[in-house]
Ligand binder design. Sequence first.
Ligand code: UDP
Length: 414
Amino acid sequence: MRIAMVSEHASPLAVLGGVDAGGQNVHVAALAERLAARGHAVEVYTRRDDRRLPQRVPLAPGVEVVHVPAGPPRTLPKDDLLPWMPAFAAVLAQEWADPQRRPDVVHAHFWMSGVAALEAGRATGVPVLQTFHALGAVKRRHQGDYDTSPSERLAVEASLAREVDLVIATCSDEVAELSATGAGPRRVRVVPCGVDVEHFTPHGPALARTAPSRLVSVGRLVERKGVDTAVRALPVLPGTELVVVGGPPAAGLHRDPEALRLTALAADLGVADRVRLVGRVEHADLPAVYRSADVVVATPWYEPFGIVPLEAMACGRPLVGSAVGGLLDTVEEGRTGALVPPRDPAALAEAVQPLLEDRRRRERWGRAARARAVARYGWDRVAAETEAAYADVLTRQGRAVPARTPLDEPLEAL
Ligand code: UDP
């Protein structure tokens, strides 16, 4: 199959841990690679946000990243990108007008990619699948006036959900949210995000400890990730340190507003000596950080999916997190972790404490978490389910499902 992915702001080549670079970048890169490994040819279209970027960059065997000139060739906040989507669509439509370059399916990631993919797909007869990654209605509910998304977002998402050929939701909570937009069950299928279970493993080096017990939090350093909930839990968890990964590299933390807020909060609560903000950590180095944890905590206000809990599970660590979004599916309560209401430090401490006091239970939950990550969330299974979704769309439309393309056949020869 020839597969186009559109990920307008989240390039699979981007650095992780910045304000706008997170799970979507990881997801698109891993999914593209695993689909290619299954014998498909994948092109990932992303906005050209630096004039030095070549038009095409190989990402992995069978995967190319295509930089689309749409808007100024510099980094823009994702909330400013909507006006450039018609230009993005025009580039796609022009490319796909040539039957030699036309994909069998296009899979859009995030709502604005859907705008471009649907326009180009309809103009050239390419079926469109949509993964939202996050929904504007949920963001608006939680962030209210702080939500900087374009005002059109909710209406555009609702119409995309009704118009694309299939919505791929990442968790059951998203299916419930989508039904409110009129996208019934036949239009939506759940395929979760995945985790690299060969990279994130329980065995290997672990970051050194500086206290008897350790909690680890990993994620973009933005308020809605709720790291302050973990800081607020510390006063009743003596002997426990909290390692916070994310945000700018360590040298830039003193200028980062969320880092400053968390540092001030820790000082107010008298726990500054037990909160360690380490800044951005390369994806490659993260397993050692997860492994150093007794318990990984993830306490967002809301979470469309949450790859961090999966990474923690794959590293064999129990997770205590907010009972929201994707965590409701990924965390098996009382077996791999515990779920607590968001923004509730007392509930978090109450769930974490018995785990910190019981090494056996931590090990048992950690083993179950690893097994669950491998069995359900390995990228091979996620890629196979995504491939099946593409094939179903083609079949439903009476189209042939193309055979896999051998990897050694160059893209140009297709
Ligand atoms: N991440 C990273 N380094 C950091 C912070 C985060 O590599 O310093 C990665 C993290 O390992 C995970 C992703 O960024 O793969 C975050 O994904 P998640 O779905 O948890 O949250 P999002 O950022 O999409 O809201």
